[in-house]
Design a protein around this ligand. Structure first.
Ligand SMILES: CC(C)(COP(=O)(O)OP(=O)(O)OC[C@H]1O[C@@H](n2cnc3c(N)ncnc32)[C@H](O)[C@@H]1OP(=O)(O)O)[C@@H](O)C(=O)NCCC(=O)NCCS
Length: 180
């Protein structure tokens, strides 16, 4: 398994994933941040620009958007934020992740921390804030399983539910085994 930047090479995989996310009520819409999802050139270009802090939507911080690949198959999306702003401090944190709906429950989400650790290291980020809504047990189980400690729960601006906040140092995240 690996993380890769959006590329035209896997356009059909991207289209399939977006079609699934579009009809999924649980999607956190990481895929919407890149502009028109039906145009892979726009998606790849914006992913690159946003990573460089250019062409960002107002109020957004620079981030890296990665595709989680299992072989040739796109199984998830992850947004790695380079820094925190007031909104991300309450909800969102350093990481936004979603697994393609038909690929959930197969262990992919649990492998993300180990794959992300070297990316954070390369950016010089050692302490990571990870958040999860209090009603998203699947998400915070992964966070806790990977050694993060709950700091507190807050009600984020504009939300009517609690957001759990966890801090972790990436050195505690283990690299996933090579093959599922
Ligand atoms: C939350 C999410 C990322 C988890 O990814 P995933 O690949 O489905 O999770 P995994 O298969 O690694 O499973 C994680 C844990 O949940 C359990 N689990 C998975 N699907 C389950 C289900 N349908 N019912 C009960 N438990 C389930 C697994 O057994 C595992 O538990 P364990 O650690 O005790 O073994 C994924 O469900 C998702 O994309 N959800 C929508 C977007 C979202 O909520 N993102 C997180 C907010 S940032």
């Amino acid at each position: 398994m690996r993380l890769m930047r959006p590329t035209k090479k896997y356009e059909s995989q991207w289209r399939k994933a977006v079609a699934e996310f579009r009809s999924d009520s649980k999607s956190i819409k990481v895929w919407e941040s890149l502009g028109d999802p039906d145009d892979i050139d726009v998606v790849a270009r914006n992913a690159k620009l946003h990573s460089q802090g250019k062409n960002l939507p107002k109020g957004w911080v620079p981030y890296d958007l990665y595709w989680l690949m299992d072989g040739e198959e796109l199984v998830g999306l992850v947004s790695l934020r380079h820094r925190l702003c007031a909104d991300l401090m309450e909800r969102g944190g350093h990481i936004g992740a979603e697994i393609v709906p038909s690929k959930r429950g197969k262990g992919y989400g649990s492998k993300l921390p180990g794959l992300l650790a070297p990316k954070f290291k390369a950016l010089g980020i050692k302490r990571i804030l990870v958040t999860s809504f209090d009603d998203n047990a699947l998400s915070y189980r992964i966070i806790e399983k990977n050694g993060a400690r709950l700091k507190d729960k807050v009600t984020a601006k504009g939300e009517n539910k609690l957001s759990r906040r966890y801090w972790i140092t990436t050195s505690k995240w283990k690299k996933p085994k090579a093959k599922k």
